[in-house]
Design a protein around this ligand. Structure first.
Ligand code: SF4
Ligand code: SF4
Length: 409
């Protein structure tokens, strides 16, 4: 059973997490936010990669891997997420510090108590606003939002995001508090099912029950009011305050804590939690992750798709050739602009006509246009002919092609 002074490490973890969450939208990779979902273009910027709507299978695989990762971590480390990494826990820690400093809560307040309560509620509103703006940066780049704010221009998406986040956070701060963990959080409800008898938990050493002084400091330290001596409970958020409380009181008498982290039992070891289930899950995550990364990194930076516009009539040119219209979509997943030369192959004498050729596609950009393929005179077009429309940037070497068919009766 390990029982060092834990709260200072938890506070350090909260500080690191806050710095990461606030700072990440300001980190730019390939000219874009390190992590942001761009609502107008439905693109996800993910640490230098750009996922467009057509590539969401990566997102799906990523979400499944994340879910498997959560299951594996819970299986081995129990509620470590709740106690150390959950943003809800981190925010409630900050709220608790301010609440304690202002001595809010408890009995009917005096005149100065009312003033402190007012300051406390103003603090909650301000904290909710700050967090809402921070969360909105994951949808609207701070490099757009902040200059816009300076000019007094706030986009509708910004207002909507900040408003929704702010309302949800105020509901959380003012009404739910830590009850959220025990009543609403789906992960908390799943944990009983996911954990097994070797998972890391915070528990009371029942074999030393006689050493317990019955001071109940562990109960009073608990933010959710649990008596850890009665065994693990769903309301436990893994904050470890009960451990520090018991360490403090027992060390005064030269004893050791009766409450602490344990892998199943007080004598349990980390290796006990490395069961077949947890090892197999880790292997599956690593295997699928490596495979997905290989598939994604092997796909070209430029993509082209061509669709024959079936509703639009093809026509016969003055020289007897036949002209069919296509909808061409060009996507550039790289960070730098490309200049793509368009051409058609697969049919002798075929010509491709586009409103511009070469076509410039901005880094992480997309272009859609109507193009025409002209078959030489003599081709009736009654039988579909397989053709290939190619897009090539000779400078960067980026290239892609789309297979389609020429049909123009
Ligand atoms: S703080 Fe420790 S000694 Fe006091 S009641 Fe809790 S477990 Fe017993
Ligand atoms: S029993 Fe209470 S104090 Fe102990 S870890 Fe759980 S929530 Fe925190």
């Amino acid at each position: 059973m390990r029982s060092p002074g834990i709260q200072r490490w938890r506070k350090a973890a909260v500080a690191v997490q806050a710095a990461l969450v606030v700072g990440l939208p300001f980190v730019r990779l390939g000219g874009e936010s390190a992590l942001r979902f761009d609502v107008p273009t439905f693109r996800l910027f993910f640490f230098g990669a750009t996922l467009a709507a057509g590539e969401y299978f990566i997102l799906l695989v990523g979400s499944l891997l994340f879910l498997l990762g959560v299951i594996t971590v819970t299986l081995v480390f129990g509620r470590v997420w709740c106690g150390w990494l959950c943003p809800q826990t981190a925010l409630m820690e900050i709220v608790d510090i301010v609440k304690g400093a202002l001595s809010v809560g408890g009995k009917a307040p005096s005149a100065s108590g009312y003033a402190r309560r007012a300051v406390y509620h103003l603090f909650l509103a301000a904290l909710a606003l700050l967090v809402s703006v921070n969360l909105t940066w994951y949808f609207v780049s701070p490099y757009e939002m902040l200059p816009g704010l300076m000019r007094g221009e706030v986009g509708r998406l910004t207002v909507w995001c900040v408003g929704v986040f702010w309302a949800a956070l105020m509901l959380q701060f003012e009404l739910l508090g830590r009850r959220f963990c025990a009543t609403i959080c789906p992960y908390a409800k799943m944990q009983d099912v996911l954990m097994d008898s070797h998972s890391l938990t915070i528990g009371f050493d029942t074999s030393r029950r006689d050493d317990c002084m019955g001071c109940d400091l562990c109960v009073r330290a608990c933010p959710t009011g649990i008596d850890i001596k009665a065994g693990p409970q769903v309301q436990c958020v893994g904050c470890a305050r009960c451990i520090d409380a018991c360490v403090k009181v027992k060390s005064r008498k030269g004893g050791t804590s009766l409450v602490g982290y344990m892998f199943g039992t007080p004598t349990g070891r980390f290796r006990d939690a490395l069961t077949f289930k947890s090892i197999a899950l880790t292997a599956v995550i690593a295997g699928v992750g490596v495979l997905t990364a290989a598939v994604y990194s092997g796909s070209p930076d430029v993509e082209v798709s061509a669709v024959r516009l079936s509703g639009a009539a093809c026509r016969v040119a003055p020289d007897g050739g036949r002209v069919a219209p296509y909808r061409l979509e060009l996507a550039n997943r790289g960070g730098a602009d490309v200049s793509l030369s368009l051409s058609v192959s697969g049919m002798d004498g075929a010509i491709l006509a586009a409103p511009e050729n070469p076509v410039t596609v901005a880094g992480n950009g997309r272009r859609t246009m109507a193009v025409f393929v002209k078959a030489p005179a003599g081709v009736t077009g009654k039988t579909p002919v397989r053709i290939v429309i190619s897009a090539t940037d000779p400078k960067s070497g980026a290239a892609a092609e789309a297979r389609t068919s020429f049909f123009c009766p």
